[in-house]
Design a protein around this ligand. Structure first.
Ligand code: ADE
Length: 225
């Protein structure tokens, strides 16, 4: 899979996406990631990417020209273009799964008050928000999206089952996961639940299911509605 990120803060994406599993996916050839400085597609002396809003109002708006120039240079017939914005659809695992099956994503990162709407209308396939809060810029959100997408590419996770069985995957039934434990069996007087030491897979499965529902009821009752 190929991913191009366009941002005025390349380091914000490059650093988190250069570690651990994301690094291995690039070394292993499953991911071809390029983080570009949007200013490379400016043509003026000051490399300007923003300007004042028409109609007045606070803050600055990102200009259309650099986004159009960059996307027109980088896209192919199979490209999907994503804009990270708090005005987008809220990201969930189904959208992550859909994007993981694309061959090429170009991810545009907003900043300031927003991006000139002609970019959205003419270039963008998906407008994505990573949650109902406002970040200082879309580069952090892009790193979150890429991490969630790339770990679903076949061969990136060591154990394929772990992506299928976890919370929010279709197999996981979109509820939270049961609690997990490791050694020691007794830590400061807090013991691991007996059933997990029993070796009885049927009982362990039932326990995990009940615990998952209980945790979902406590932390995310909206998922049970
Ligand atoms: N840019 C600023 N806030 C954002 C959010 N919540 N999601 C995606 N991009 C953003």
């Amino acid at each position: 899979m190929k991913i191009d990120i366009l941002t005025i803060f390349p380091a914000v994406c490059s650093v988190p996406l250069g570690e651990s599993m994301m690094k291995r996916a690039q070394e292993g050839g499953q991911l071809d990631l390029a983080v570009h400085d949007l200013r490379e597609w400016t043509t003026d002396k000051h490399r300007r990417v923003d300007d004042t809003p028409y109609g007045g109002g606070q803050g600055m708006v990102m200009k259309p020209e650099p986004f159009f120039a960059a996307v027109e240079e980088l896209r192919t017939p199979e490209t999907k273009v994503v804009l990270m914005t708090p005005q987008g659809q809220r990201l969930g695992q189904p959208a992550v799964e859909a994007m993981a099956s694309e061959a090429h994503l170009i991810i545009l990162c907003g900043h300031y008050e927003g991006v000139d709407h002609r970019v959205v209308e003419a270039l963008v396939d998906y407008e994505i928000s990573i949650g109902d809060y406002v970040l200082t810029n879309g580069a952090i959100a892009a790193a979150v999206l890429v991490d969630a997408v790339v770990r679903l590419i076949p061969g990136v996770l060591g154990d394929e089952r772990s992506a299928e069985e976890e919370s929010f995957s279709a197999e996981g039934g979109r509820i939270l996961e049961a609690p997990c434990y490791t050694k020691p069996g007794d830590f400061r007087g807090m013991a691991v639940p007996e059933v997990l030491l029993s070796g009885h897979h049927g009982k362990i499965g039932e326990w995990k299911k009940a615990q998952a529902v209980e945790r979902t009821r406590e932390n995310r009752p909206d998922l049970l509605e």
